[in-house]
Design a protein around this ligand. Structure first.
Ligand code: 13P
Length: 259
């Protein structure tokens, strides 16, 4: 950590109706204190159908929880059945748009070019993209984790200016650690975050690289967050399963107090 504000993001994936989302946000907000918000920015990524309800409760109760989408269309509008555009998400008060999650790459055939188009779509609507990158187990076993992940970063950022990049969030999520209970060692995760930051120095500048927040994702829990946050280049976490329990997610947000 450094001058960068920590960021803890709960990716709900395919969980919670809009009714359940309201209850969740209330429970999470009840557990978070001024100290927590002073230490970390807290955000949730609900399914599209819950965004309006999350916006309503956050606005009505003036909560400091931010929110965003799990995906975004590469297109601003048009004949794209089933898609949701950045302008619609911005109107719902979203701060973030996640792009390039490995589950979208795997199950929906999203390649680097599409991820880049989605990232550009987010930027054009003033949403902060969270660009997810990370290697599969075979890629790691072949010793290519760093080159693979850095290449995904470069491709995802094609055409993005230094000014735009400084505001972005990168999430390193090794695929083999997602939902498996198998977390990367803090040293490995920290090394990858360092490589990603070095690539940002090369692509842009040292100042830009210093500003970008890099998250780790993959089986993050209250019991392992502290050692991950101890890594210089890890600024927060993108949390799946453990974020579904507001109590556990609040503990993750309060990482210095965990063992
Ligand atoms: P888990 O925390 O369930 O491993 O999921 C990580 C993830 O994919 C967050 O985007």
């Amino acid at each position: 950590m450094s001058e960068r504000m920590a960021l803890m993001v709960g990716n709900w994936k395919l969980h919670f109706t809009h009714i359940e989302a309201i209850a969740y946000v209330q429970k999470l907000a009840f557990r978070l204190t001024d100290d927590d918000y002073a230490r970390a920015e807290v955000a949730v990524l609900p399914p599209f159908t819950a965004l309006r309800s999350v916006q309503t409760i956050i606005d009505a109760d003036r909560l400091r929880i931010r929110y965003g989408s799990q995906d975004i269309s590469a297109h601003p509008s048009g004949p794209y059945t089933g898609e949701v555009a950045g302008g619609m998400l911005a109107k719902l008060g979203c701060t973030f748009a996640l792009v390039g999650h490995s589950e979208r790459r795997q199950h929906h055939g999203e390649d680097d070019a599409l991820v880049n188009a989605k990232l550009q779509a987010a930027l054009s609507c003033r949403l902060t993209p969270i660009l997810a990158v990370g290697e599969s187990l075979p890629v790691r076993q072949a010793g290519n984790a760093i080159s693979h992940t850095v290449n995904q970063l470069r491709a995802g950022l094609a055409g993005v200016s230094a000014e735009q990049a400084a505001d972005m969030v990168i999430a390193y999520e090794p695929i083999w650690a997602i939902g498996t209970g198998e977390v990367a060692t803090p040293a490995d995760a920290g090394q990858m975050a360092g490589e990603l930051r070095a690539a940002l120095v090369e692509l842009y500048s040292a100042a830009c690289a210093r500003a970008v927040r890099i998250l780790y994702g993959g089986s993050v829990k209250a019991s392992n967050i502290r050692s991950l946050m101890a890594q210089d280049d890890i600024d927060g976490a993108l949390v799946g399963g453990a974020s579904l329990d507001p109590e556990e997610f609040a503990r993750i947000v309060r990482w210095p107090a965990q063992s």
